[in-house]
Design a protein around this ligand. Structure first.
Ligand code: FAD
Length: 369
């Protein structure tokens, strides 16, 4: 169907997607031939978040995982900027754009700060790599999936480095069961990563220049390089003074109904980590949200009845944390596994090819940038 051609009643509905991350990119791509789609994102690219840790140790890995929005959104508009407010019919951006919508999708995930251009992001990975390479000792703060995966990447690619992982909880990977946490801990120890549990580092009162870090228990850790892998708050601060201010829960998440519309709103959807859906915040679930919301938007844009919309059912925990290039620890509904078997599912390609394919891109061959 050509842009501007009638879908129903003559005009294309205007769909504005705020946030070009895992969920926003997929929903924009899925709707681009069904409506007049505008994607608003502070970056000119979509980045596969779970590939970023590998990209820090091997910067060429980022060439497939940092993707221009225009490469998958061939029939939509991209506005590179931050949404700063919304009304019942428009989104306002930091650059002063006022973008009118018939349907709005909010997919702002978690707060993060990334360069605007793809080339700057690739340079950032290169700089991360140089810093890791030149450091003899590295301190990682945070023992969630990001800290554990990063420690494992460094331990595998740079086995000669002294890596210390400090985590304030009583075990690693608290979003998984204790069995998975124990297995990950054993694996890291077997790779000479020193793990310090129940300790924290006051990040506001430490300086990397001194190369000395004191933990909450008074232990001193010497490290040439500090990598912070602590959680980030939901990306909803910009909505606090908006028409959706009463739809934000105490955790900063948007309350959604079973069709993934913001509760009480007919034409505003929310998907991904920003939602209050009772499940762990995972990229593969954000993708599922995007597909359900896209389906529902197609029903609405086609003038279909609300009862024809699909309900989203929260999913059981299914998590795979990679441990370098071959191993992983996985928790499925009935079992926990570690080693090469779960590693075969995730660790070699980190689902980069799969994610590219889902966006309609070649999983391997790069376009000519
Ligand atoms: C290091 C790391 C490793 C991970 N590993 C895995 C894994 O192995 N498996 C897995 O399933 N999940 C993993 N996750 C979790 C997964 O990445 C998230 O669940 C997923 O990214 C959520 O998707 P989202 O679209 O909701 O948010 P995001 O992907 O975070 O996207 C949010 C987007 O919104 C944009 N944005 C924010 N504010 C604004 C604004 N005001 N205006 C416009 N745009 C805005 C951001 O720039 C970003 O592009 C990992 C996460 C990280 C950080």
């Amino acid at each position: 169907m050509e842009k501007g051609s009638p879908e129903l009643g003559g005009v294309w509905k205007r769909v504005v997607v705020v946030g070009g991350g895992v969920a926003g990119s997929l929903i924009a791509k899925s709707l681009q031939f069904h409506g007049d789609v505008t994607l608003i994102d502070p970056k000119e690219y979509f980045e596969i978040p779970w590939a970023s840790l590998r990209s820090m140790v091997e910067p060429t890995f980022a060439e497939r995982s940092v993707i221009y929005h225009k490469d998958y959104l061939t029939n939509g508009r991209v506005i590179v900027g931050k949404a700063i407010n919304i009304s019942n019919s428009q989104v306002l951006t930091s650059e002063g754009h006022q973008v009118t919508y018939d349907y709005l999708v909010i997919a702002t995930g978690h707060n993060g700060s990334f360069p605007k251009t793809r080339s700057d992001r690739l340079n950032e990975f290169q700089a991360d790599h140089e810093e890791i390479k030149s450091a003899d000792s590295i301190l990682i703060v945070g023992g969630g999936p990001t800290g554990v995966e990063l420690a494992a990447e460094i331990a595998v690619d740079f086995p000669e480095k002294k890596v210390t992982l400090v985590h304030e909880g009583s075990r690693l990977l608290e979003f998984m069961g204790p069995k998975a946490a124990d297995k990950a801990l054993e694996w890291l120890k077997s790779r000479r990563v020193e793990v310090k549990l129940r300790q924290s580092i006051d990040l506001n009162n430490c300086s990397e220049e001194s190369k000395t870090f004191v933990t909450s228990s008074g232990e001193t850790i010497r490290a040439d390089h500090l990598l912070v892998c602590t959680g980030k708050p939901p990306g909803s601060a910009w909505l606090r003074e908006s028409v959706l201010k009463d739809s934000i829960d105490s955790f900063g998440r948007l309350r959604v109904d079973e069709n993934l519309r913001v509760k009480g709103c007919k034409n505003i959807f929310a998907v991904g980590d920003i939602t209050d859906i009772k499940e762990i915040k995972q990229g593969y679930l954000a993708q599922k949200h995007a597909l359900v919301a896209a389906k529902n938007l197609k029903v609405m844009m086609g003038g279909g009845q609300e009862r024809k919309m699909t309900s989203y059912k929260p999913n059981f925990v299914k998590v795979i944390v990679s441990l370098g290039r071959h191993d992983a620890v996985a928790q499925f509904s009935l079992t926990t596994l570690i080693g090469l078997v779960p590693g075969l599912i995730k660790s070699k390609d980190l689902f980069v090819g799969k994610t590219r394919k889902q966006l309609g891109l070649d999983p391997r061959i790069l376009p000519h940038y």
